[in-house]
Design a protein around this ligand. Structure first.
Ligand code: NAP
Length: 251
């Protein structure tokens, strides 16, 4: 019997790096769950493109800041696919450029809830489904961190940088915790990548403006980040776990 195609859940799959991951994954044969929070049209465009290319995908709304949304999203994935082979924790936010002494509690909480706690909750639900300890068949998780985790983003968004450092440490620890249970957990650290995230933080020209700081003197594309994530998910990376891959043009 032919084995059913592998399934992948991508959080924040509607735009930017997440959308590129969804498209490349579908090309590689994955059935893809495309999560979004506020842009159903963007998510449906990704789904339609995948379907038109002969792949299988569906859109699922869930706010990574809400545990109940995340649980409902996983129920949808269970219903549609009946199995989960891979997760990319990609959804993430930045905020306005500010110093730490200008940031309020609401900002800190939102940053950590979406970037850190959302990632941990999604990983927890994936482990419950993938781990051989729980009767699963194994799988792979890729967390999208940021080179900010090692640079610190002083004067811009130290809160964001710290949230991504938490993602890095979570990646290393979880990788070791589930290494014997068939699950690999890795992270990609993108550098400045040309997506709409910079506009969402009030700096639409950021990728071009800061190009001079990048040794390669250009921002990355969403697809360049996606290729690294797809490699870490694949069997080509079968001996990599707890790895954090910089994809940042040398920065
Ligand atoms: P983007 O273009 O702003 O897209 C963000 C995606 O995440 C969208 O699909 C959005 O959904 C979704 N999203 C946002 N908040 C969410 C929430 N609360 N719950 C669920 N989904 C949510 O961002 P991007 O540049 O592709 O960034 C993707 C990841 O890469 C992030 O983790 C980011 O920190 C990281 N990263 C980006 C860069 C960069 O320079 N672009 C550099 C380093 C790391 P909607 O379409 O519904 O809004």
């Amino acid at each position: 019997m032919m084995q059913a195609a592998k399934t992948l859940l991508v959080t924040g799959g509607s735009r930017g790096i997440g959308a590129a991951i969804c498209r490349l994954a579908a090309d590689a044969g994955y059935r893809v769950a495309v999560n979004y929070v506020a842009n159903p049209d963007a998510a449906e465009t990704v789904v339609r493109d995948i379907e038109q290319a002969g792949g299988e995908a569906f859109a699922v709304q869930a706010d990574m800041a809400e545990e109940s949304d995340i649980l409902a999203m996983y129920e949808m994935v269970d219903q549609r696919f009946g199995r989960l082979d891979a997760l990319v924790n990609n959804a993430g936010i930045v905020d306005r450029k500010a110093r730490v002494d200008e940031m309020d509690l609401a900002r800190f909480e939102r940053m950590m809830r979406i970037n850190v706690i959302g990632t941990m909750l999604c990983a927890r639900e994936a482990v419950k489904r993938m781990s051989t300890r729980h009767g699963g068949k194994g799988g792979a998780i890729v967390n999208i961190s940021s080179i900010a985790a090692v640079l610190g983003s002083a004067g811009e968004y130290v809160d964001y940088a710290a949230s991504k450092a938490a993602v890095d440490t979570f990646t290393m620890g979880l990788a070791r915790e589930v290494a014997e249970e068939g699950i690999r957990v890795n992270a990609v650290r993108p550098g400045i990548t040309d997506t709409e995230i910079h506009a969402s933080g009030g700096q639409p020209d950021r990728a071009q403006r800061l190009s001079g700081l990048i040794p390669m003197k250009r921002p990355g594309t969403a697809e360049e980040i996606a290729r690294a994530a797809l490699w870490l998910l694949s069997d080509e990376a079968s001996y990599s776990t707890g790895a954090i891959l910089n994809v940042s043009g040398g920065r």
